[in-house]
Design a protein around this ligand. Sequence first.
Ligand code: SF4
Length: 399
Amino acid sequence: MPHLYLHVPFCRRRCTYCDFSIAVRKRIPARDYVDAVLRESALVLESSPGWANPGAVPRGSSNATPLLNTQVGKSDGSLDTLYLGGGTPSLLPPDAISALLTPLRDAFHVTSSRDAVEVTLEANPEDVKPEIAAAWRRAGINRVSLGAQSFDDRVLKWMHRSHDATRIGDAVRALRAAGFDNISLDLIFALPAELRRDWARDLDLACSLLPAHLSLYGLTVEERTPLARWISRGAAAAPDDERYAEEYLLAHLRLAACGYRFYEVSNAERDGHRSRHNSAYWSGRAYWGLGPAAHSYDGRVRRWNLAGWEAYRRAVVAGLPPVEAEEVLTEEQRELERLYLALRTDAGLPHAACPPDRLTAWVGEGWVEVEGERVVCRPEGWLRLDALVGDLTGAGRAV
Ligand code: SF4
């Protein structure tokens, strides 16, 4: 079943650590965005051997064209997941989200009950208000991923986030009242030591809100970010590996005590609330991406769109595919990806894919465990994923 990603590039300002492809805007050009994405979806459905159902045309797109009667892989043309990521998708007004989702549902023949499709919206806590949450629910959103990052106002300020800690709980409560039970929180760990961030407290406060899902990301320093500039002039310390490992392992302990289970290196769920969309990426399934900088993958070719909002928009308005480039993965590259993807999730590697001497060494170090026919990483293994894959490919020895 297909998976569709929509990249919404707009943000009010840039966070300290962020190098994503975003367009910082005071006023969000929602109508132009909806029009552009629907135009792109029509182009994709027309030109890609792929995905659609005969005769379906996205309504609301001024150059919508009939779709090809073709199929991707096992696709029955019906969506399984749709993910609005960014950027800050919650900056789109609810009527724009509805204007986007309704024609896409028609185009991708969503005939099953609305909640059979996982529809995720990434949101910043300050954008969640009771009436807006209710409108999102009416538009068909059934999962919200909140960029909480920390419950410490000092840290949020340092990150250049536009919410304070109280907004996170308010947002969760507003979402629940609107009928959302599938709520995920993002947190960032391994912050520079001088911030004296209390990571255990942040984990406990996150757990106290009982989200269905948590995503934990270690801070990385990307080029051309405010953080990289601070570090280069000595105004901030570079994040260190020891802190990263300590905080990562602490998260495993703390979250397990609260009933969460890591099913991927950075993601934990309770009561089976895995992200179906991200799980599709991690199991190597095909997906389509629409919007600036969005990536698509058909199992062999990876393709990505122009990153700049204006360049993207100009291309689709001119009726041109907004694709910047594509790469055809070699069998070797696909095998390497399969190894990474298998080891990063709790699906693990088939036993037979792991040479016996490596397996013995890894189990001895406490990096993996054997579950039936699978070799699955323990948290200590997830901390050295690159080394484990290097060990398997001959690129280096992990032990
Ligand atoms: S809100 Fe998200 S996408 Fe926007 S600048 Fe901050 S981290 Fe980047």
